[in-house]
Design a binder for this molecule. Structure first.
Ligand SMILES: Cc1ncc(COP(=O)(O)O)c(C=O)c1O
Length: 419
């Protein structure tokens, strides 16, 4: 009963009245607004600013930690998605990044970004984020006694916005109508705020510490985990937002086991499939994915670091991603977000492709983040109905026939994209 009460309170907070209780949550109608305490934040005068940060830099503080929350980033479990695997006749594994302390794969990048920023006392971490990097940064910053100012698109889930604020970050919502080159784009805003007000812009797209988190962490862990369970890894498939994950993991896998295939999972509206197959960025779909954090329409430094490792690309639809995530929640006890749902169904497609060619078809993917961040979005039928996902239910998509017919053969041609 108590649990039911808690759940209904939580839901009403997330879906209804609770939003009005949040005074500085900026409306999506107003593209650029910031919270009223921003000036204090940049002066390092906010209450609760820990004294340790006033005397030590972030890297010095990090040397001193053990058994803290940030020491628990990484070393995530490997999950065999047994029922899904049985359904498709291939073996699919997910690296459970949603079990990181901040709830996503981006905790790893966030830790490295703060480490490399060499923050001095009172400095504010500033970043443009699709949401999860912001959550990771605000968690790490809180643990080390720093503060964050985070700019993000105004369609980032309310749950993530509230999480960042709970960790003490200040957030600025930027309209999705702005393109990358516009002043109002969330990355431009973060850069400008840092420049004008003395913050440190950590830039997850450019900063190779993001790639390194996966090259030195996730990729190595994966290899060890497959060795431990004595399963031969045939392929790795995942999507890209900054490209840090696929580039870091992909490059590490190729260096150690060249025969392991690496496949990009590309989402609606992303230009990466076109880039990898033709050398030019071009979105092949109308609109963009409703999955947060994935899809790129330009070459990022972090993706570039592992581009040569990518052997192929497979496209997934939002319907496939969401249906798969809903099914996994109800059938495997694995509650994940839409990009992770897309990764899983992308991994299935890639495994079927490998199997049809007599190759090892055990494929691993990344379970980027958890379902709790999307209670008001994909786990809410009303939201699905209003966002082009009406009729999508917890049912595994039909994908088997496509590879038997080799319909997608032309997109898997070795090192796609060339020089
Ligand atoms: C939910 C989610 N999935 C996937 C990604 C993509 O990860 P990467 O930036 O390493 O490409 C992100 C990135 O923010 C994300 O938030």
């Amino acid at each position: 009963m108590a649990a039911l009460f808690t759940l209904s309170v939580t839901l009403s907070l997330l879906l209804g009245d609770g939003l009005n209780d949040s005074p500085d949550l900026v409306s999506s109608q107003s593209p650029i607004k910031r919270t009223s305490t921003a000036t204090d934040l940049f002066k390092g005068k906010r209450q609760g600013h820990r004294s340790s940060a006033l005397t030590l830099t972030a890297s010095e503080l990090l040397k001193k930690t053990s058994h803290t929350i940030i020491d628990n980033i990484g070393n995530t479990p490997l999950i065999h998605l047994k029922k899904l695997s049985a359904h498709y006749g291939v073996e699919i594994y997910g690296k459970a990044e949603y079990l990181n302390p901040g709830g996503s794969v981006k905790d790893r990048a966030a830790l490295n970004l703060i480490k490399s920023a060499n923050l001095e006392s009172g400095q504010v971490v500033t970043e443009g984020t699709g949401g999860n990097t912001g959550v990771g940064l605000s968690m790490v910053a809180s643990a080390l006694g720093f503060r964050c100012y985070l700019c993000m698109p105004d369609n980032v889930s309310v749950e993530k916005q509230l999480t960042m604020k709970s960790y003490g970050a200040e957030i600025e919502l930027c309209s999705t109508k702005f393109g990358k080159e516009d002043d109002g784009h969330y990355t431009s805003r973060a850069e400008k705020v840092a420049r004008e007000r003395g913050g440190v812009y950590v830039n997850q797209f450019l900063n190779e510490e993001n790639f390194k988190a996966h090259y030195e962490g996730t990729g190595v862990e994966l290899l060890e985990q497959f060795e431990e369970i004595e399963v031969e890894l045939g392929g790795f498939a995942c999507g890209a937002g900054t490209g840090g994950t696929i580039a870091g993991v992909g490059r590490r896998l190729k260096e150690v086991q060249e025969e392991v295939g690496v496949c990009l999972v590309d989402f609606k509206g992303s230009g990466l499939r076109s880039y990898l197959t033709t050398g030019k960025f071009k979105s092949e779909d109308e609109g963009s994915t409703s999955a947060e954090g994935v899809g790129i329409s330009r070459l990022t430094k972090n993706f570039e670091k592992g581009r040569e490792s990518v052997d192929g690309v497979v496209k997934v639809t939002d319907e496939e991603a969401v249906a798969t995530a809903l099914w996994l929640a109800q059938n495997e006890g694995v509650w994940i977000g839409p990009s992770a749902g897309g990764n899983v169904i992308g991994a299935v497609k890639y495994a079927l492709y490998l199997k049809a060619r007599g190759r090892e078809s055990n494929v691993c993917t990344i379970l980027c983040d958890g379902g709790a961040s999307y209670m008001s979005k994909m786990y809410n039928k009303e939201w699905r109905d209003k966002n082009g996902l009406e009729g999508v239910e917890a049912k595994l998509p039909k994908v088997c026939g496509r590879f038997e017919k080799k319909a997608d053969e032309k997109i898997f041609k070795g090192h796609v994209g060339g020089g």
